[in-house]
Design a protein around this ligand. Sequence first.
Ligand SMILES: Cc1cc2nc3c(=O)[nH]c(=O)nc-3n(C[C@H](O)[C@H](O)[C@H](O)COP(=O)(O)OP(=O)(O)OC[C@H]3O[C@@H](n4cnc5c(N)ncnc54)[C@H](O)[C@@H]3O)c2cc1C
Length: 397
Amino acid sequence: MDFSRVQLSGEEQAFHDRVRKFLDTHVTDDVRRRDRETGDNFDEGVHLAMGADGWLSAELNTGGEGGMTRVQRRLWDLERRRVHVPWVTWGTTAIVAASVEHFGSLELRNEVLPRVASGQVRLCLGYTEPDGGSDVATCKTKAVRDGEQWIINGSKMFTTGAHNCQYVFLITNTDNEARKHKSLTMFLVPLDTPGIEIQGIRTVDGDRTNIVYYTDVRVDDKYRLGEVNDGWRVLLQPLAVEHGVVDADADGLQDVSIMVHQGTMMATSVDRIAGIAGRQGPDGRRLIDDGAVAYRLGRSIARMEAALSAPSMFGRVAVAQTMRDISPDLMDLLGAASALPIDAEGAADQGGAEYVYRWAPLCGIYGGTLEVFRNMIAEHVLGLGRANYSAPVAAKR
Ligand SMILES: Cc1cc2nc3c(=O)[nH]c(=O)nc-3n(C[C@H](O)[C@H](O)[C@H](O)COP(=O)(O)OP(=O)(O)OC[C@H]3O[C@@H](n4cnc5c(N)ncnc54)[C@H](O)[C@@H]3O)c2cc1C
């Protein structure tokens, strides 16, 4: 890993200026306020502007023509995060677009990919079902072949962004008799197909996600990705990206783990609280002069720094766990006004710690729960073998 500072060339500096100008023009306070209100993590105006200005096709094309260099890509990522671009729907779109590129027919690629690049088409993930999401291969949503079409029935939980998307990347079961990893077929289902009903769900941190019902939904075979009953192969790469198990490059020009966006929000809140703790109150005293405050704040900062430095899956677990662990402590240091949310008058730290507190549980669930990640680390990184969930064997007398 290379920790040296990157010296920007004149061209890179000009690129940086162009990114800032674009983002400052389009990602306004109004956009951020609306995003907090809707919980959508998506803004159509910003998204279409990114499409029109070529940012989405550059995102899709990092290595190729129209793409960004590694340094440009890093500048774009950091600036985008700095201004809080509503981004979740692009995240899912980019993951699925790669699968369409790889597994879609020419006809499907031509139908979808140019409009992904222009921003008119967005894609979401239809994996989780009401009965469980950790084991995505245990899929009850059925697809049954009918000539050149498929008929889909079932329901999917937490299809984030479905109400702002045009297609869903859907896991279906196409063989009741087969072993579960041999029973799946993937489709890219147009969300305006009759029989699809999207219902909104708001989470405790204010995010909007959806439950989506599929009742006798008919899709043409051209919307199938990969072979019938070979959906697990199609899913492997998207799951690896979502889990953050893709290897980091040695140049250091990328996040050390996924969830750095969440970690940065935590760091911003901690910085603000450290500033408040060092200021004199009306009685002339500073919070930090209380040894208990200094100890708890220092401990929170140390944990946060460790989490932000942990790589790969370790970082993903450490960031979400640290958000859960330190946010109650930080709120406690600030007193009752820390319970007021962002935008509320009198909020102790502009609602930062309170937001992290409500967001933290979800960060330990989506894209895989902390328990499941810990098992993956145990099995795949530490080589401890598969977790065993069988009932304990009764001790012999
Ligand atoms: C805000 C939000 C957005 C989401 N967005 C999407 C999306 O866009 N698309 C999508 O398909 N899904 C999405 N999800 C779903 C998410 O991926 C699942 O919630 C997650 O995988 C866990 O599945 P589950 O909630 O069904 O819990 P379950 O799988 O039912 O698990 C219940 C509990 O059992 C534990 N558990 C389960 N299996 C194991 C195991 N093997 N070892 C140890 N413990 C285990 C879990 O940790 C958890 O505590 C989203 C979830 C949230 C909260």
